[in-house]
Each structure stands twice: as C-alpha cells, then as structure tokens.
Design a protein. Structure first.
Length: 444
C-alpha cells in the first residue's frame, strides 16, 4: 500500500481552446486555432472549437464537477485572444473578468488555481505579424503575461508560461498537423527559440508583478526514448532525437545554453543565426518547477549509420485510441532521468491521461475500465519515482472533460467526465469515480 505525501497536489487539467467555446464573444479576437479549424481538411471530423464544451457559459457548474472530484488544484489555460485585441492593446476587461470569476470560483471551493498562460491559441493578429518566427512575438507574450499577472496575481500563486513548446514549434511549423499549419523543419527550430525566449521574458514579466511567494514554471512534453536494440547506432539515434525533442528546450531554460549536440542535430536545417546577443541569459530565468506532460514512449531504430535518421516505433503492449502505447514504467524513467539531469528542480506531472473509444452503456454510464487501469498504473509509477527520491510535487489528470482534441476534433475522448456535445451534459465516467475515490484516501 502506497500513500502519497500530505503536501502532494492532485488536480485535473484543461486548455482554453479545447473547452471554452464562445469564440467571438465579449471581445475575444480570433486565434490561430480559430483560423486553422475553419480551414477545410485541417480537422479530422471537420469540426471547430467554436462551441467545444461551452465552458465559457457553464463555468460554475464545471467548477462544481472539480469540487465533486475532490481535487486540490485545477490547471487551466488563459486564452490570450480574450485578453488583448491587438499588439500593444490594454486588457480586454470582459475577458479578464471571466478568468477572475473562474479564479474566485475555484478559491471558494477550496481548489488552488494553476494558470498556464499559453496553450497554443496564439492571437491571429500575432500570427499575421510573423507568429513564432518573429522575435517581437516573444516580447508581446511578456506584455500579455504582465497584464494577466497584474489582474490575477493577488489570488493565483502557481504560474506556467508555455505548454509543450515542442508541439507549438514542431507540429505547428514542422509538419503542419497543428496551427498555423506550416511544414518546415527550419521554421520549427526557429520557432522553438522564440518560444524559449517568450518563456524567459514571460518569467521576468511575472516576477515583476507577482509576490515573492508565487511559483513560476514551464510545461514540457519531453520524449522518453529507448533504443530499439542494443546496437550502438540505435543508442546514437536516441541521443540525436533527444537533442531536438528535449535538450532544445531544457538546456537553454535550465542551463542557459544550446548544447553542442543540439546545434549539430539541427545543422542540416538551421544555423541558429536568429539567436541574439543576450537571448540565452533571458531564457535562463530562475524557475520553481518543471511540468512534465506524459502519455507514451518511443523506441528508436536507426536507418543505416546516420543517427539523425531513425524510425520512431511505438512500444509493445496495449495502445490507446490515439495509437499511443501504454507504458507506466516510462513515466517513472522520465521522472528519474529529468531529476538526474536537473536535480535542483521540483517536478510536476502536469498532464497524464488516455483516450479510449468510450461507449455509453444502457445504464447511461461509461464503464471505461482501460482508463481506470491507466490512471492507477501511472499513479503507481509516480509513487515509484517518489520512492527513488525524485521531488515530484503534483499530478494533474488529463482531462477533466472530453473536449476538442486539436486536429482530431471530437473523435478522441480523454475526459474523466463524458461530454455529450449535443446537449452539453456531463457524465462522470467510472474512471472519474475511481479517481474520486482515490482522492479521498490518497492511497494506492
């Protein structure tokens, strides 16, 4: 039997574009995801986030769902397009008022708000000025961060700058799967640098507005990579992949440099000539924790003798509806590895969850045994990391609700609560009920 530490934080997580809806209401301007989702062929089921879970109008009842679960904290993101209507614009009062009500509603229910400032919904006006290929976007992000902190910082003590910059860069600019839909590895690495810069400038802006007790961090989806065989060339392939999937973000933020292996791995795409004097010092801001989003692992097999060319293979075992392998040991290994590399950092599992082909039974319930098993095994993996001395401080289940799953539209369901998109009714799944019962004891 394993009991988690008394000060360990358990929560659930969401993202603004995935749940809010109200796409044009109360002064909100378009984001790159509004534009992308309305592009024919971009989304698997042809849907958009225009309504999503209608959380903007159902916020109070959704907060009741969180309270019913018994979570300590709620990780949510703020939609930048609700806050600023254009470059240099002041705060949109209706937009910030929504998040102020959200924060107050959480606190009234005894739930700690944990704010993510950027979860991929860049204002379209910023994209029109070059998006993450434009250095100025990083400065605009800092301006936005300061505005939000000035309005919410008296009540919010947990802040995350950017969620999964790898996805924003490589899926948004590298393979076109995400907004804005570009397909250029050179652009992807270029965007990664300015996302790193935005993080550093954002931390500076937050620190200028927040009390000293506030905690600031960043959220990464670092890849847990294993060589497919014992052949040294497969291990070299893992190292090359790590350089661009992980070290491209961790080293500048936590060590103030781009590792030579990263520069070498990127050399066939870019020369880092957009890295300005002083950029790395700005990126390398003191932070209080690192959030790690974990879903799956990769096994790499080199193609020939070039470690930069490799096959990314899903691991053995069951696959979720996303086609991702279920590998709880990978979560333990990731936490142990990040702690070994950066022992000074507190770690938080900021997202962990699974999509399955949920079925509503005749009794109106969702008996999602696979998701329950997934949660139980991954929480055990966190406990294992704690037992190995890793300073893991929290765990956030993804996601509170079934929602708009980016380029997959509404075809994939991750929620602890089922969302009926026709009626917007929420139904607690068996996995959510298990999590609720677990939270009552904090014991596996």
């Amino acid at each position: 039997m394993t009991t988690f530490p008394a000060d360990f934080t358990f929560g659930a997580a969401t993202a603004s574009y995935q749940i809010e809806g109200a796409a044009t209401q109360d002064g909100k301007v378009p984001s790159i995801w509004d534009t992308f989702a309305h592009t024919p062929g971009a989304i698997a089921d042809g849907s958009t986030g225009d309504v999503a879970c209608d959380h903007y109008h159902r916020m109070e009842s959704d907060l009741d769902l969180l309270a019913d679960l018994g979570v300590d904290a709620y990780r949510f993101s703020i939609a930048w397009p609700r806050i600023q209507a254009g470059p240099g614009a002041g705060v949109n009062q209706a937009g910030i008022d929504f998040y102020s009500r959200l924060v107050d509603g959480l606190l009234a229910r005894g739930i700690k708000p944990a704010v993510t400032l950027y979860h991929w919904d860049l204002p379209q006006w910023a994209a029109d000025l070059g998006g993450w290929l434009n250095r100025d976007t990083a400065q605009r992000f800092a301006e936005y961060a300061g505005l939000v902190a000035a309005h919410l910082g008296d009540r919010v003590s947990e802040w995350m700058t950017i969620n999964e910059p790898w996805c924003a860069a490589f899926l948004g600019y590298g393979n076109g799967e995400h907004a804005p839909g570009h397909k250029s590895m050179r652009e992807a690495i270029h965007a990664a640098h300015f996302l790193n810069l935005a993080h550093g400038l954002g931390v500076q802006a937050l620190r200028a507005e927040l009390p000293a007790s506030a905690r600031c961090g960043v959220v990464w989806n670092l890849s847990m990579l294993y060589p497919a065989t014992d052949d040294p060339v497969d291990e070299a392939a893992c190292q090359a992949a790590r350089a661009l999937s992980n070290d491209l973000f961790t080293e500048p933020v936590l060590r103030g440099r781009y590792d030579p292996a990263t520069v070498q791995a990127a050399a066939r795409f870019t020369q880092f000539d957009y890295v300005g004097a002083g950029d790395l010092a700005i990126i390398h801001q003191p932070i209080d924790f690192v959030g790690l989003n974990y879903y799956m692992t990769w096994h790499l097999r080199a193609n020939g003798d070039n470690p930069a060319d490799a096959q990314f293979l899903g691991g053995d075992g069951p696959k979720t509806a996303m086609g991702w392998n279920v590998d709880p040991q990978g979560l333990t290994d990731l936490l142990v590895d990040v702690h070994a590399r950066y022992p000074e950092m507190d770690l938080v599992v900021s997202e962990n969850g699974s999509a399955w082909d949920d079925v509503v039974s005749p009794d109106g319930q969702v008996h999602d045994t696979a998701r329950t098993d997934y949660l139980q095994r991954h929480l055990a993996a966190v406990a294992d990391a704690l037992g190995k001395g890793v300073p893991v401080k929290g765990y956030y289940a993804w996601s509170l609700l079934d929602n708009f799953e980016w380029s997959w539209g509404y075809t994939k369901r991750f929620g602890l609560y089922r969302t009926d998109y026709d009626t917007q009714a929420r139904t607690l799944k068996d996995s959510g009920r298990w999590f609720q019962q677990f939270l009552a004891t904090r014991t596996l």
